[in-house]
Ligand binder design. Structure first.
Ligand SMILES: [Zn+2]
Length: 240
């Protein structure tokens, strides 16, 4: 899990989903419901290694590792891990294209491109930007807004993406940004979007579900394994 979470940081940086040294990618420890892995604050995502992670409990105490816990890491991620059963892995980013959508009066990810259809009825929207999350109540509000979805578009702020595993959460994060990018590029032409008809959406969503595994393996895991091989082929110490 440490290796996967380190790879998740490296890959998010490689795809331009990071912002400075801000934002956090966290995962609950296997078999535990009260502690999670978090990179020490101050590290760039391109340098995070498997051995760097802190084990942090729900009171923000560091049980393993060395380095500071940044406030919003605790106040956003702890409530989402605690309150969202689907939130074993919680990724919060300010990735540019999805964040651009959160700035719009209508922030909807439109069903206008195939990659967006994977998010049909799986995106929650929180229009209430409240400043920095500096107490648990703001994270709890975000967790409630997320509900049982895997994506929360955080108004005027960024995104929260959760998954039952690190590969599944990263898959959502990656394709959300790709779909948002396509939408922003399409809108930038100034021409109206052509939305996909509801019956085609429903048929395609069913096709996605039927193809979720290939050769007995989860598509998200196959993708994540391929991306880790990309990391392995470049000088990289993420697994150390
Ligand atoms: Zn943020």
């Amino acid at each position: 899990m440490r290796i996967d979470l380190a790879a998740c940081h490296r890959l998010a940086e490689r795809f331009g989903l990071n912002e400075g040294i801000d934002n956090h990618l966290t995962a609950m420890l296997p078999g535990r419901d009260d502690r999670f892995l978090l990179a020490p604050f101050g590290m760039h995502w391109s340098e995070v290694k498997a051995s760097d992670f802190l084990v942090v409990d729900f009171d923000g105490r560091v049980l393993q590792g060395q380095g500071p816990v940044e406030d919003t890491a605790l106040y956003i991620h702890q409530p989402v891990h605690r309150l969202s059963p689907q939130g074993r892995c919680v990724l919060h980013t300010h990735m540019p294209y999805a964040t651009a959508l959160t700035m719009l009066e209508n922030p909807c990810l439109e069903m206008a491109v195939q990659s967006a259809l994977g998010f049909h009825e799986d995106v929650a929207y929180d229009p209430a930007y409240n400043g920095l999350a500096l107490d648990f109540s703001e994270g709890e509000r975000l967790a409630r807004a997320l509900g049982d979805k895997s994506v929360l578009m955080m108004g005027n702020h960024g995104v929260l993406v959760v998954g039952r595993s690190i590969p599944q959460a990263f898959e959502r994060l990656y394709f959300l940004e790709r779909a948002a990018q396509a939408q922003v590029l399409a809108l930038s032409t100034g021409r109206p979007l052509r939305l996909i008809a509801r019956p085609v959406i429903e048929k395609t969503v069913a096709q996605f579900a039927a193809g979720a595994t290939v050769g007995g393996r989860d598509r998200a895991e196959l993708h994540f394994d391929a991306l880790k091989r990309v990391l392995d082929r470049t000088p990289s110490d993420y697994a150390s």
